[in-house]
Every structure is written in structure tokens, then in C-alpha cells.
Design a protein around this ligand. Structure first.
Ligand code: ADP
Ligand code: MG
Length: 431
């Protein structure tokens, strides 16, 4: 049995929110990564994947729990020794050349001379396929090449543990495939001394293609809900039965958990439920599509058919399920009788149905309406709601929540919204 490179025991993480609130993002996460393992971490958007990766990196301190790592912690703030990270956004310095950006990875290495750093950086650039671009600036590069620089900066450090946070999400499909292959090849042929890789991703197929193990997180808070070995030999064939079976399995776990969490949360009083970020228009289209297809459908295949990845599809599925228009079970999705009625209704009937379902199942919409009703003119600044939501969700998520609430409320004709003055109001005949 190979040695554990890093071990997390009972990690909890809470963030303080304005007021006396705090949000538990990670709950009791234990995880061990051994040498020569490539672990993919999957979970819904906002579940805490990046937070977990930052805790592993040593950039964020857990509220509770223990991280054991083979090497001593680095000095002061920053990454633990022997770790480096690749970011979705590439995080390159625009005023530095490719060579200078890659060399940045060696900034804190005081053992190497300037000349050695230069040589190492050039060799790394060669290895990641950017030979000839040493003097180019990021703006001259395509997205795929930028991420090669991001990867180069991480690899030039010769990390024991390479961390990647959705490294391929910002790239188009072909470019991403290309880069995945190249990285896998470096890793499998041991052309890089990296012992283990941890990759956060929302691409299930990507995880099954690259990793040896998939760790699936739930949301609100994130717990480990599955730990799935992927022991297919490389190179893996995406058409292969064993491959699609694994993708299907992970898909089922992720979608089942999403819905389960939602139902649990329904009987928690007071706490405002987080709405999935789905537009009413997208939801409508989705329900129509399901009605067209008719039968029970495999969610994973549906995503493929629509060329939507999980990140895009899941909020719509969640919204439909929250409004009781669909039922999701073991990775299959089916319209409920309400969903069927919705699909076959006229535009006005649809709005009415949506309104009924939303009022019954979405507490935050009711909150907005009661607040508007309490005012004689039926008007409130959006800032007011943003404040309330910030106490529950934090600033960034509060803005997302308000956008969704306004979108749903407008579609259901529950209230109107004046974007210019940031005001939510009841239409005259509702007062
Ligand atoms: P993911 O990477 O899975 O999308 P994140 O780890 O980025 O999720 O975030 C998980 C949750 O923690 C989100 O609800 C986010 O708003 C919250 N969060 C992340 N960082 C902070 C912070 N510094 N302060 C408050 N809340 C935060
Ligand atoms: Mg993230």
C-alpha cells in the first residue's frame, strides 16, 4: 500500500456572515490522498469545492479538524511546501511574458540561481508545448495556451501535490481535450515528479477520463457523499460500457443528493432556502423539452443531448424539482402531473401554474411579497432585500439569489421591477 501524501480528518469550515450569522460550508470532511493517486472532487456549484482545495493548499484555515501533510508547512501565509495550484481563470500576469509568468513559480525558491531558474522555466515551457512562445504576452495567446502557461507555472515548481481548480472549465471542448491528454501523458509517463493530483471539476466525464478516484460532495453543507474508485486502464474510451456506467453512477449520486438536500431543507424553518440559479425562461424550455421526449429520460444523456454540462443543467433540474414539475430518481427524470399540465398550458395558464407552485414552495418569494404588501405604495428598494439575503448567504450569493427571485417573481407576475432605480413594486391593480 502506498503512503498517504495528505490526510484530512474531520474538517469543518464556517464563514462569518454579517449580523450574528455564520454559514457552515464544509462539514466533517475526511479524505486521504495516497502517492500516485489522481483524485477528482465533484459537487454542485457553491458546495465548497474551492474552499476544500484551499484548505488542502494551506491558503485557508479550517474552523475545525486536522490536515496532515508529509512536508512541513511553508513559512508564513501561502501554499504548503511542495504544492502548487492551477486556476480556472489562468491567473496570469498580463504585463509579464510567458517565460516570466512561468518563472514566477520559482519566486520563493532560494536554492536555485537566477540562471538555473531560467533554464528550468524554459525546459518546462518546452514540456508543456509552448516552445517558441517564451517572449509572448498573455494577450497574444489563446485560452488553451494561457492555461498551458498556468500549468507551466505550477509544474515548474515540481510539486509533490498538484492542485487544480476547474482547470479546463474556461476552455472550449477540443482545446480542453487536448490539454487533458497532454497533462495525463506527462503524469502517466512520469515526466513530471508530481506524486499526486487533486482536481476540482464539475465535469463528470472529465473525472472518469482522468482520475483514479472521484470524491462526491453534497451541498449546504458539503459532506463526502461518495468515494468512487475509477480503476479503468488508461487511455480510457468514453464509449466503453464500463466508462459510461461510471459516469452514469456519479451523475445519479450528484442529482439524487441535490434533490434530497432540497427536501430536507424544506422543513427547516426560518432559514431562507437557496434558490437554484435558473431563469424562468430556461425552466419553461426545459419542461417543454421533457414533454417532447415523453418518456422517463436519463439525465446524463439529456445533458449530452443538449450539450449542457452539469453546472448548467443541474440548476434547471433543481428548480423544476423544487416547483414539483419533475421527479428525479436514480439519475432519471420524469415530468410530474403538474409538469405535464405546465407543458401543455397556454402562456397565461403557465404563469398562473408557476405562480401557484412558486408561492407554495419558495419562501423567499413570499417574503418579498409580504414586505411589498406592508407598504402602502407597494414599493421597496431592492437594497432592502439584498440586505436580508446577505445575512443568509453572504454578499456574492445574495446578489445571485436576488436576481433569481426577481426573475421568477416577474415571470409569475407577482411583482414588477424597475432596474434603473433598483425598485421592486406591486403593479397598481395588485395593491
Ligand atoms: P464551489 O467551489 O464548490 O463553487 P466555494 O468553495 O467557492 O464553492 O464556496 C462555497 C460557499 O462558501 C459559497 O456559498 C460561498 O458563497 C461561500 N464562501 C466562499 N468563500 C467565502 C468567504 N471568504 N466568505 C464568506 N463566504 C464564502
Ligand atoms: Mg469553485
Amino acid at each position: 500500500m502506498s503512503k498517504a501524501l495528505i490526510k484530512l480528518e474531520h474538517i469543518f469550515k464556517s464563514y462569518d456572515l454579517p449580523g450574528n450569522n455564520n454559514a457552515t460550508v464544509l462539514s466533517d470532511i475526511s479524505l486521504e490522498v495516497k502517492e500516485r493517486e489522481f483524485v477528482a472532487i465533484l459537487g454542485p456549484s457553491g458546495s465548497g469545492k474551492s474552499t476544500l482545495l484551499r484548505i488542502i493548499a494551506g491558503l485557508v484555515k479550517p474552523t475545525q479538524g486536522k490536515v496532515s501533510y508529509q512536508k512541513e508547512a511553508g513559512e508564513g501565509e501561502g501554499f504548503r511546501k511542495g504544492m502548487s495550484m492551477v486556476f480556472q481563470s489562468f491567473a496570469l500576469f498580463p504585463w509579464l511574458t510567458v517565460l516570466e509568468n512561468v518563472k514566477l513559480g520559482l519566486k520563493n525558491n532560494h536554492k536555485l540561481s537566477e540562471k538555473q531558474k531560467q533554464e528550468k522555466a524554459i525546459a518546462t515551457i518546452d514540456m508543456i508545448g509552448l516552445d517558441g512562445f517564451e517572449g509572448a504576452y498573455p494577450k497574444e495567446l489563446s485560452g488553451g495556451m494561457k492555461q498551458r502557461v498556468g500549468l507551466g507555472r505550477a509544474l515548474v515548481m515540481e510539486p509533490d501535490l498538484l492542485l487544480m481548480d476547474e482547470p479546463f472549465s474556461a476552455l472550449d471542448v477540443l482545446t480542453a481535450e487536448n490539454l487533458k491528454r497532454d497533462l495525463l501523458e506527462l503524469w502517466m509517463e512520469k515526466r513530471i515528479p508530481t506524486k499526486s493530483i487533486i482536481m476540482v471539476t464539475h465535469g463528470i466525464e472529465e473525472a472518469v477520463y482522468m482520475a483514479n478516484r472521484a470524491v462526491v460532495l453534497s451541498r449546504d453543507p458539503a459532506r463526502v457523499v461518495a468515494n468512487i474508485a475509477i480503476d479503468l486502464p488508461h487511455w480510457r474510451d468514453k464509449q466503453d460500457k464500463a466508462f459510461t456506467a461510471l459516469v452514469d453512477k456519479i451523475y445519479s449520486i450528484l442529482t439524487a443528493k441535490e434533490v434530497e438536500v432540497k427536501t430536507q431543507k424544506e422543513d427547516v424553518p426560518k432559514k431562507i432556502k437557496q434558490l437554484p440559479h435558473a431563469r424562468a425562461g430556461a425552466l419553461t424550455g426545459f419542461i417543454e423539452l421533457l414533454d417532447d421526449i415523453g418518456l422517463k429520460t436519463d439525465l446524463y444523456k439529456l445533458g449530452e443531448q443538449l450539450s449542457l454540462d452539469l453546472e448548467d443543467l443541474l440548476p434547471i433540474v433543481e428548480a423544476a424539482s423544487l416547483l414539483k414539475m419533475v421527479a428525479v430518481k436514480e439519475g432519471d427524470i420524469e415530468l410530474t402531473s403538474i409538469g405535464k399540465e405546465f407543458a401543455e398550458a397556454t402562456v397565461l395558464q403557465r404563469k398562473e401554474l408557476f405562480r401557484e407552485q412558486a408561492l407554495q414552495h419558495v419562501a423567499s418569494l413570499n417574503t418579498v411579497i409580504s414586505a411589498l404588501n406592508s407598504k402602502s405604495n407597494g414599493k421597496m428598494p431592492e437594497e432592502f432585500f439584498l440586505n436580508v439575503l446577505t445575512r443568509h448567504f453572504g454578499e456574492e450569493e445574495a446578489a445571485n439569489q436576488l436576481t433569481t427571485i426577481i426573475d421568477w417573481g416577474r415571470y409569475a407576475e407577482l411583482f414588477a421591477y424597475d432596474e434603473h432605480i433598483g425598485q421592486i413594486y406591486l403593479e397598481k391593480d395588485d395593491i
